[in-house]
Design a protein around this ligand. Structure first.
Ligand code: SER
Length: 325
């Protein structure tokens, strides 16, 4: 394993919900020119284009990844490009192709180029109906019933294999639902928690696609970014699990979120019309035990339901007033 310092970073999925904000944070930390944003389908934002290099990369094509890695002499990858759970149920073949072949290509290119480190986000979707749903432990049953979850379990195993077999320093957390105000998520089951804020501000009403009593673990974007960067910067001697750290910020029901938003926007009305995504939500944990991440690399979230809601509403209200929502 290399002991060089990280210097040239590639972020795949940089136009996505997490990538758009993580890339900008990484650029602040390591310098704009040293963090290459890679997107595929979504148009890059002005912010992404003005703060450093941007390239189109198709992660399902190894030569597309290789070209960028060689052009910029990349030694660290944050591989975020993926198809999420709800789209994954509608297009399971696409989800397998993008999530598995994409990850395989990234790991292969990282191995061949002797990279320092790779970050890959796993998810609470690795768990399934047989997993304990409350305070889900780090090491437990991983039998998901979604294609997205299947690719996350298989991905964790593949990352672990590359670590054991080739000494590639791959690190990953299992993210819960991510709530953010900059770029909306696309095609996930936890998207309702983000949509509820946007609709509360724009229309004062929202029709939620899961039941009011649906409880899932969630995390606010600043904590999501902190988890990725802290894990990637943690001293290798502290990292025992490497792959698939449970992390969480908070847990609440859809109804509790609506009630919290109502404290700021009293006219807000939420109704509930569950669709196919309810079944996915019901197969996932309600809360997560992240004590292993806390012990090994000092993980600790900053935001709870009240502080996240206040910040989301402030940010989105400002953008709405500026006509940017
Ligand atoms: N937020 C993701 C999804 O809903 C879970 O990893 O698909």
């Amino acid at each position: 394993m290399s002991t060089k310092n990280m210097k040239r970073i590639l972020v795949t999925g940089a136009t996505g919900q997490i990538g758009s904000e993580l890339t900008v944070e990484l650029r602040k930390k390591y310098g704009g020119e040293n963090v290459i944003a890679a997107g595929h389908r979504r148009k890059p934002s002005e912010k992404l284009l003005s703060t450093g290099p941007f390239e189109y990369v198709d992660v399902t094509q190894k030569d597309s990844v290789e070209k960028v890695v060689e052009k910029y002499d990349i030694d660290t990858i944050y591989h975020l490009a993926a198809v999420l759970s709800a789209v994954g149920e509608q297009k399971p073949q696409l989800a397998w192709n993008v999530n598995m072949n994409g990850l395989y290509n990234i790991l292969e290119v990282a191995r061949e180029h002797n990279m320092i480190r790779v970050f890959w986000p796993s998810s609470i979707a690795v768990f399934g109906p047989e997993t304990p749903r409350v305070k889900t432990p780090q090491d437990t049953v991983l039998i998901p019933t979604t294609m997205y979850g299947v690719t996350k379990v298989a991905g964790e195993l593949l990352c672990n294999y590359y670590f054991i077999r080739f000494g590639l320093d791959v690190r990953c957390v299992r993210y819960p639902g991510i709530i953010s105000s900059e770029t909306p998520p696309g095609g996930g089951t936890t998207d309702y928690a983000v949509e509820m804020f946007y609709e509360a501000i724009k229309k004062k009403r929202y029709t939620c696609f899961v039941r009011e009593d649906t409880v899932l673990p969630m995390m606010y974007m600043p904590d999501c970014i902190k988890a990725a960067i802290d894990l990637m910067e943690a001293d290798p001697s502290k990292i025992k699990h490497h792959v698939g750290y449970n992390v969480t910020g908070m847990s609440f029901s859809a109804g509790e979120l609506a009630a919290e938003i109502k404290k700021h926007i009293p006219e807000f009305e939420c109704e509930y019309k569950p669709d196919f995504r309810q079944k996915i939500a019901d197969s996932w944990p309600m809360s997560i035990d992240d004590s292993v991440a806390r012990e090994e690399w000092g993980w600790k979230p900053d935001y709870d339901l009240a502080s996240m809601t206040k910040d989301m509403i402030e940010k989105l209200t400002r953008r709405f007033a500026e006509g940017r929502l």
